[in-house]
Design a protein around this ligand. Sequence first.
Ligand code: PLP
Length: 513
Amino acid sequence: MKNATLYLDTRDPECSRPAFSETIVKGIAPSGGLFVPEALPELTLPEILVFADMPYWRRAASVFTRFGVDMSSDRIDALMKRAYGAQWDDERIAPVIEVTADMHVLELWHGPTSAFKDMALQCMPLLFSESVDQLRARGSADEDYLILVATSGDTGKAALEGFADRDHTNIIVFYPADGVSDIQRKQMVTQHGDNVGVFSVRGNFDDCQSAVKAAFADKEFNAELESRHNLRLSSANSINWGRLMPQIVYYISAYADMVASGGVKAGEPMDVCVPTGNFGNILGAYYAKLIGVPIGRLMCASNENNVLTDFIATGVYDISDRDFVNTPSPSMDILISSNLERLLHHLAGPEKVRDWMKELASKKRFQVDRDTFYAMRESFSGDFVTNDESLQVIKRVHEESGYLMDPHTAVAWEVAERLRGEDPVLVVSTAHWAKFGTDVHRALSGLTYSDNLPASVTSLSGVELLGQVQELAGGCACVPKALAELDSATERFADVVDAGREGIEGAVRGWLG
Ligand SMILES: *Cc1c(COP(=O)(O)O)cnc(C)c1O
């Protein structure tokens, strides 16, 4: 094992600096900030280019070892073989596809749930349970963990799939009864595994999320879980460093693949455009750039929830007068983009971050100083796409190139076309189109986001609707097997609970028995 990297707290200059295993189990830093590595590895161009000759699991293991994860490299290798193995429907795991001569797409949805969250959540739970093992071996912990997740759809399924049957962990997912698609619901309630639970919560996503947060904050409930069940609560949030680190790997991997296929000349820059919500995915690209990957511009693509577009343009982060908008790209519908804090820490240090986050909490607004603003503008640019534009992009690109994309990817494609310069562009694709079939149907039928689909379509199950989309798309669009089989899969979870802390806690107690 090489020297372990230690982790800083984005809001505390005098923090205690744990190693990786402790940060992943804790999730959030003691001050309420995020963990960031105190040092980053550096990769030379030849070290990057050899990635093209390795299987993906080895690319990941190689990055994690260089990142000073406190596990032996044999253990890391074994875990990465499992994380990026036969459960993926493309052995390249994160393939780069040439759509036009100078626009390539990095497909991050070949995992078991057909969306980008799998890139991290097939890997992070393995690192999590390994870390619990290590803490136990050192005698610094003896409890197991219960992961609670509130989901608007995609994260819940990816977390279930990642944590199912992992040692030392249980996972319970809560989804809003009014708010997930037929396919998303079926993906979750058919989940296998002995350590998983799934509940529908009466209400919308906000109700669901606040109720889960209240359960986390309830000291008595936490004490009860520890004393009766020897369980500690944890979350699989995208702010966990264990979810961020796997997202650095595919940018290094993509550059090596781009060079190997002739998409970019070795050493020359490629620009990257990422459909952004919590800023985790694009932050992975930023770290890849810092450790040596020739990445030029980082283009931050937003939907109508465009707080990041404004922040990159002005240095002011302002949600004081901003309403949450529903869009066809719901996984990017956010107001507070949590991982931005890591970028600000890198650019400005913990004292400023602490002040800005205080302002955000109290005034719903903060403004960064000039130096931080200019430093950010050196690497990042941003733009946003309206709901109707994003559907038009799906149709246009499909007609022009035969490539069918989901609404999140469409946002990035459009922003890349608007902001790009001379360098080759890598557009990051975060979901298979079939996960968002209803809006892809609208797009290919030439409808707008607010148009109703005909009754003959809305009466179909989610899977049946995908068949219609395939017809509209002209045959070449395949549906992943796990999605196509959902209508005949056995539903294991049917419980519905009330929103509010008591509803959630009651569900957990009932599930633990
Ligand atoms: C989570 C998600 C995003 C946003 O990624 P962030 O890391 O939160 O910026 C984009 N698209 C899809 C499909 C997602 O699931």
